[in-house]
Design a protein around this ligand. Structure first.
Ligand SMILES: [Zn+2]
Length: 98
C-alpha cells in the first residue's frame, strides 16, 4: 500500500505547528494526511471581515489552493460581503508609466 503522506505530498510541508486555538470543529487526528492543512487553515484563515471588520466567527470560510496561493472564500454574516482573501508568497504587480 503506498504511503499516503508521500502520495499527497502535503502533510509534512508545514513543519512544526504553533499552539492551536480552540476550534469548534474537530481537527483530523495528528498524522492524518490532511491534519497539517486543517491546522494551518485554523491558524491562517481570516478572522475579521475585510469590508466591515466584524468577527468572522459566524461567517463562512472555505479554503482552496491555486498553485502556491491559498485562497479563502469568505462570507461575512454581518454585512453579507463575499469575496476571496488570498495568501501568497510572491506578488506580481504591474504599475502603469507615470
Ligand atoms: Zn462584514
Amino acid at each position: 500500500m503506498p504511503d499516503p503522506i508521500k502520495v499527497a505530498g502535503r502533510a509534512a510541508h508545514h513543519g512544526t505547528m504553533p499552539a492551536l486555538p480552540p476550534d469548534p470543529h474537530r481537527l483530523p487526528p495528528p498524522g492524518d494526511w490532511f491534519a497539517s492543512d486543517a491546522a494551518r487553515h485554523l491558524l491562517d484563515k481570516p478572522k475579521f471581515c475585510p469590508a466591515c471588520a466584524a468577527s468572522l466567527d459566524r461567517g463562512l470560510i472555505s479554503e482552496w489552493w491555486n498553485a502556491g496561493d491559498r485562497v479563502f472564500l469568505t462570507w461575512c454574516a454581518e454585512c453579507r460581503w463575499t469575496g476571496n482573501v488570498v495568501l501568497f508568497a510572491h506578488a506580481v504587480i504591474e504599475e502603469p508609466e507615470h
